[in-house]
Design a protein around this ligand. Structure first.
Ligand code: 9YT
Length: 130
């Protein structure tokens, strides 16, 4: 069994920051669960263009307030208790009115250091097999 705390992840290489967010990566590919699990902060007053072309992501908001906007212009308000799932690799803009704390699940799992490229994409990294 794997047991880990947010405390031990903070300040370690499992804490990865982008321009507008800080992702605490609780479970990663080398944990061999088939998904990765993150506790992510989206900083207040920011808007981020994201397009996970190589991954499916589900995002459950547990704190804060904001919205997610699709390319069609359709907007969905986010607050504690709202989940969205990018089941079609949907390109989107994530806007935080207040700092949002999100529980994120990625399939395939992130390996560790992934951050957005200029198009808001995460590269598809593979775990190095021994
Ligand atoms: C919700 C979202 O996609 N935020 C960007 C960070 C990402 N989820 C991560 O790596 O935790």
């Amino acid at each position: 069994m794997i047991v880990r705390t947010l405390d031990e992840i903070q300040g370690s290489d499992r804490e990865v920051s982008g321009k507008n967010w800080t992702s605490r990566r609780l479970l990663l590919a080398d944990d061999r669960m088939g998904f990765s699990l993150h506790d992510t902060l989206i900083h207040a007053g920011t808007s981020t263009e994201i397009h996970y072309q190589n991954h499916l992501e589900a995002v459950y908001c547990i704190e804060g307030k904001g919205k997610v906007t699709l390319e069609s212009g359709e907007e969905f308000p986010l607050h504690a208790g709202t989940v969205y799932a990018l089941d079609k690799h949907d390109k989107h803009v994530l806007t935080a009115e207040q700092t949002m704390r999100m529980i994120c699940v990625f399939n395939p799992p992130l390996v560790g250091p992934e951050s957005h490229d200029e198009n808001g994409v995460y590269p598809l990294l593979r775990l190095e097999e021994p």
